[in-house]
Design a protein. Structure first.
Length: 270
């Protein structure tokens, strides 16, 4: 019985850690949703409306991001995301440090593939994890299921829906102190630098958001800084190849374990 309990507890830790860490592959690039800002009467912020429209029309981009959240985790994510019909795409997430990376190492991996579909996201774990869950490599996290688990999980789902560049600009437009900083060269491109403070969500305080926009009104770089319950948050993302093709196939059902199923097992074994 002791072994069953410890196994269940260990699996609980793993499932929860994966939920938080995988969400940070995208959700930590966003401080959450905001009400649509009213049209600005300030001529100095009107260029940002053009940026919002341009990024929304582009519909997809290649993303490279680095996230550090206190002592809990640090990770790199690369891939392509789309946002015309809900969040879609595929990212390769590599855990480079923190307690979550240590948990992942216990499962024999420090990297995973994440696929985002409008109704759920999927995480492909390593063989070590698959051996613990009947040989299945993928975990499905349905957004509706996450929302049903409480405010914290619901925040994860909402945050994942708000990770796209156009939503970042929309949140920045709602800031009371948004302003143009000046010109800069970003990855070899001439860009305009904007900054502002955006409101926090559950578990997060206000964050400073900086974006660099090119002459096509598209984001080239974004940096967010703030504080979460887990410590200081710093996230840097680069965007390129706007309009790129997005691939996100739903994994085979026979190789997929549902998050709620795994969570139910841990409760039964706890």
């Amino acid at each position: 019985m002791r072994g069953a309990r410890s196994g269940g507890a260990r699996r609980t830790v793993v499932v929860i850690a994966v939920t938080v860490a995988l969400a940070c592959g995208t959700a930590c690039t966003s401080s959450g949703g905001a009400a649509d800002p009213a049209p600005s009467a300030d001529p100095s912020t009107r260029p940002l409306h053009a940026v919002e429209r341009a990024t929304a029309r582009a519909g997809s981009a290649r993303v490279e991001s680095t996230t550090v959240m206190g002592d809990e985790l640090s990770l790199d994510a690369t891939g392509t995301l789309g946002w015309k019909n809900g969040l879609t795409g595929t990212l390769r997430i590599t855990y480079t440090g923190g307690t979550t990376a240590a948990t992942m190492r216990e499962l024999g991996t420090t990297a995973m593939e994440a696929r985002y579909l409008p109704d759920a996201y999927y995480a492909r774990m390593g063989d070590g994890f698959a051996a613990r869950v009947g040989g299945r490599h993928w975990i499905k996290y349905g957004y509706a299921d996450l929302e049903g688990l409480g405010s914290g999980a619901a925040g994860v789902a909402d945050g994942m829906r708000e990770t796209t560049p156009d939503r970042t600009v929309k949140r920045l437009l709602a800031s009371d102190d948004v302003r143009r900083v000046g010109e800069a060269t970003t990855r070899g491109r001439r860009t305009t630098h904007w900054t502002g403070t955006v409101g926090g969500t559950a578990g997060k305080t206000e964050q400073t958001v900086d974006i660099w926009v090119d002459d096509r009104d598209l984001l080239v770089k974004k940096v967010e800084r703030g504080r979460t319950e887990s410590g200081e948050l710093t996230q840097t993302a680069y965007y390129s190849d706007y309009g790129a093709a997005v691939s996100a196939e739903r994994p085979p059902a026979a190789d997929t374990a549902d998050f709620t199923e795994l969570l139910g097992r841990t409760r039964d074994q706890g």
